[in-house]
Design a protein around this ligand. Structure first.
Ligand SMILES: [Zn+2]
Length: 114
């Protein structure tokens, strides 16, 4: 189980120069995703298929990027998380804070069965 502080973001940075998306969390942890990997991990039904809420393989974030993202916009989706709009026009992915934290490449995966 994640604690509330582990899923509470204090700062979100999108750096198109570095092609990175970074979240600072209330527990002091920092999570960095490559933009291309985060795009491929889009949780929406179009990208992942209906009913597939599994987390992506962490190896996804080590893969070389297929393209450069020059315009990525983040918008709060209530208290749930972030809605990201990509410059390929895709904007249906809502990345929950919990999912983002659980996808963190630097965190050991919780060994739960879900
Ligand atoms: Zn999607």
């Amino acid at each position: 189980m994640l604690t509330p502080r582990q899923t509470l973001p204090t700062r979100v940075t999108i750096d198109t120069e570095a092609q990175q998306f970074q979240i600072h969390w209330a527990d002091g942890h920092e999570t960095t995703f490559p933009l291309d990997g985060l795009r491929k991990a889009c949780p929406c039904a179009n990208c992942q298929g209906h009913g597939n809420q599994q987390l992506p393989d962490p190896a996804l974030f080590d893969e070389p990027a297929d393209r450069t993202w020059t315009d990525v916009q983040a918008e709060r989706a209530g208290s749930i998380g972030l809605r990201l709009t990509w410059d390929d026009g895709h904007d249906t992915g809502i990345y929950s804070w919990e999912r983002l934290r659980r996808m963190c490449p630097d965190d050991p995966r919780p060994k739960s069965a879900d």
